[in-house]
Design a binder for this molecule. Structure first.
Ligand SMILES: [Mn+2]
Length: 439
């Protein structure tokens, strides 16, 4: 453990302020101009900026290190060695980009025997905790809580002893999460089959429901249980919770506070994810999101890098629901990415901003006009109404929201100028590259 976040320029208010000072005049002019543009559309820019400033998306602890593929992992200098280093890096992300006030942990990757100490460490760096995640999709050699193998499944395993072990781990995740101040557990399992006939579809699904019900029974008051579906990988023929339909059936069978989490990379290419979001909102079963982007599969690329319009269309549904339901509509927003070729801190800062961007753009949609075009069957103008919001450059709003919370106008530039990665590289010895890919 070190005190890097206390000494790095990335945390020094006067350093950040000096960097901001070089850009502040131009930003003020851009913001004023955008304010005038929006005023002509009947939109108060301050309302949008205020909402953006309050919008947070959780950073995943597992994304602080270099990711990998099934083929290789290329470590970088200064990689976090343990959960405290990860918290330091996540603190820099939030300090400079001002959009990730909570961290989502993964157990046992982030295993700790003293969650209270971890919570205090996070709080001293301005961080809290979002949903905790359980890992029963790999074995944990040497971990006495996981003597049995998950090779053939976890919550749906044919052996009740393995299922009991997986259930017990999820219950432990809830206990750790309670000590950390989390309010939700996200469950994703890799259970499935690579061969036709390998698994009885119906019986495996029934075992899943039964196991999740056992976890749900241990859920504290005020908590939610998030079920995360994924079409394939590691199972390549059939995955037990492969789609939002299976997820919804399970959530409905388990209980009111069990909901469906949408990871943008966990669908077939070209699937209309925004429509799935709408359906889950209708059913009051939308848990929240794992934001990332993809071209072909579960690519875990940075949010908004491939298809920012899809991200906008998802937020269009969310803002619509927010307008209809008010404060009661409160999905969990988390990033879930793997950074193979970029500095994770830079990727997390820009990804959080991309999510904020989609939110801001979606708030610019003229919903009254859109409703009229829909009612009057004017598809061209309906589409143009969405496009008008999407093509509006909301960068001055995002930057101003950051400036107002003393974060960086240009987070990546300030981060690079701070020399943070080189500083931690001196403190954190390089790890040899393991053969493993995704970690
Ligand atoms: Mn995910």
């Amino acid at each position: 453990m070190n005190d890097i976040t206390k000494s790095t320029p990335a945390f020094d208010q006067s350093f950040i302020a000096a960097q901001n000072a070089r850009l502040a005049d131009d930003l003020a002019r851009d913001y004023e101009h955008l304010g005038a543009v929006l005023r002509r559309r009947g939109i108060d820019i301050e309302t949008i900026t205020s909402a953006v400033g309050k919008f947070g998306v959780a950073a995943p602890s597992w994304a602080a290190g270099s990711g990998g593929t099934r083929f290789a992992r290329f470590p970088m200098a200064g990689e976090p060695r343990h959960i405290f280093d990860k918290m330091d890096d996540c603190a820099v992300v939030n300090r400079l980009a001002g959009a990730t006030p909570a961290v989502s942990l993964h157990f046992p990757w982030d295993e700790t025997e003293d969650p209270h100490a971890l919570r205090a460490y996070a709080a001293s760096r301005g961080l809290g905790f979002d949903a905790v995640n359980s890992n029963t999709f790999q074995d944990h050699p040497g971990n006495a809580r996981h003597p049995l193998s998950y090779k053939y499944g976890s919550l749906t395993h044919t052996d009740p002893a393995v299922r009991a072990q997986a259930v017990a781990h999820n219950v432990r995740c809830i206990e750790l999460g309670e000590a950390l101040g989390s309010k939700a557990l996200t469950v994703w399992i890799g259970d499935g089959a690579n061969f036709p006939g390998q698994q009885h579809f119906g019986k495996a699904f029934e075992r899943y429901i039964e196991s999740v019900q056992a976890v749900y029974a241990k859920l504290p008051a005020g908590w939610q249980l998030f079920l995360e579906h994924k079409m394939y990988e590691p199972a390549f023929y059939a995955t037990v919770i492969q789609d939002w339909g299976s997820s919804l059936l399970a959530a409905q069978a388990v209980g009111k506070n069990c909901k469906c989490l949408v990871d943008l990379g966990h669908h077939a290419p070209n699937v209309n994810i925004e429509m799935i979001v709408s359906r889950l909102i209708y059913a009051d079963k939308l848990a929240g999101f794992h934001f990332n982007d993809s071209k072909y599969g579960d690519d875990d690329l940075d949010a908004g890098v491939i298809d920012p319009y899809r991200l906008f269309l998802i937020f269009n549904e969310l803002v619509d629901a927010e307008r209809n339901q008010g404060a009661g509509f409160n999905p969990a927003y988390m990033l879930d990415q793997s950074h193979n070729v970029t500095d994770p801190i830079e990727s997390l800062m820009t990804s959080a901003a991309e999510v904020q961007r989609a939110y801001a753009q979606a708030m610019l949609v003229d919903r009254e006009a859109l409703a009229a075009y829909q009612t009057n069957n004017d598809p061209l103008m309906a589409s143009q109404t969405l496009k008008q919001a999407f093509v509006t450059d909301v960068q001055p709003i995002l930057a101003t929201a950051r400036l107002r919370k003393a974060a960086a106008i240009d987070p990546v530039a300030v981060y690079r100028a701070s020399g943070y990665r080189a500083a931690v590289a001196r403190l954190r010895p390089a790890k040899p590259s393991g053969g493993g890919g995704i970690v």
